[in-house]
Design a binder for this molecule. Structure first.
Ligand code: ZN
Length: 300
């Protein structure tokens, strides 16, 4: 079994039995297969971090991200943009300037487009999905490369801010990603992580039925384990808070289909009859977090 990705401990104990098949649609990142993972979840006795007992190879996961396509995130544009403005507002409190920002796993580019509007002078994205990176270039005119962070050619010591939104929990070698980003950040630059919070009350109550237990999630961070991992890679954690996402009522009700398609369908029909299905809703389940950390000081 691999060591704890957050603290390096070898003291990992069984936590949740969730090993299962990826389902007939394969490993699509937006899967509704709640409660299923590629392995069982183990928990670190030293720092509380949770991860799969066997980590899938990057190659096993790569195909899923290259082929990923979803109209959900385009339909839900207004809510996505509102959520990203909130993230950027917090990043800007700590970033040394609004010069260059890199969004790793930027999907269709709404965060970068909002950053442009807020005065960031250079906005760059890296996104393996052919659909999403193509959308970012064609529809929004953004500099988004169809690549993975590991392979992307990017300038060293350059970015005031690097954002990994819902990315780190998917990476088998999350530590290598943190090290790569450390080299890309300008002196004093900041890393912003958006992560599901596996230490939240909702996550602990729902256990294996928590909606973030899905086949493409390899790591399950808590606030403490995220901070532990960042420090181990030389970062200084500065800020952590909940990160509610704004979506339409319909989107959330549709997600209930991961538990019961009949219930989901009935609720959506009810919401449509009541005329509230397209209303924006930002329920804060307090099970998502934003973590901002200062870049490691580079060795001279
Ligand atoms: Zn640990």
């Amino acid at each position: 079994m691999p060591d704890c990705a957050a603290c390096g401990s070898t003291d990992l104990a069984p936590h949740l039995r969730v090993r299962g098949d990826a389902g007939e649609d394969g490993l699509i990142p937006t899967t509704k297969e709640f409660g299923t993972a590629l392995g069982d979840i183990v928990r670190c006795a030293d720092c509380g971090h949770m991860q799969l007992d066997a980590l899938p190879s990057d190659e096993e996961l790569a195909g899923a991200y290259t082929e990923a396509a979803s109209d959900d995130y385009v339909d839900e544009e207004a809510g996505q943009r509102e959520s990203f403005r909130s993230v950027l507002e917090r990043v800007e409190r700590y970033a040394p300037g609004r010069r260059a920002i890199l969004d790793v796993g930027c999907w269709v580019g709404f965060l970068l487009d909002e950053a442009c509007a807020r005065g960031w002078r250079e906005t760059t994205g890296v996104e393996p999905s052919l659909f999403a990176s193509g959308y970012a270039r064609a529809e929004l005119g953004l500099d988004v490369r169809t690549e993975k962070l590991r392979d992307a050619e990017l300038p060293e010591r350059h970015y005031d801010a690097v954002v990994l939104g819902d990315v780190l929990e998917h990476l088998t070698d999350a530590g290598a990603a943190l090290d790569r980003v450390a080299g890309l950040l300008a002196p004093g630059g900041v890393l912003a992580l958006e992560l599901p919070d596996a230490g939240s009350r909702v996550a602990r109550l729902l256990g294996s039925r928590w909606w973030s237990v899905i086949p493409t999630h390899v790591h399950y961070f808590t606030r403490a384990s995220a901070a532990t991992m960042l420090r181990r890679h030389g970062y200084t954690p500065l800020y952590v808070a909940t990160d509610p996402k704004a979506f339409t009522v319909r989107y959330y009700l549709d997600k209930i289909g991961g538990y019961s398609t009949a219930l989901s369908g009935a609720l959506i029909a009810g919401a449509r009859r009541a005329g509230v299905d397209q209303r924006m809703w930002t329920p804060d389940f307090r099970d998502r977090m934003v973590v901002i950390a200062r870049a490691p000081v580079a060795a001279a």
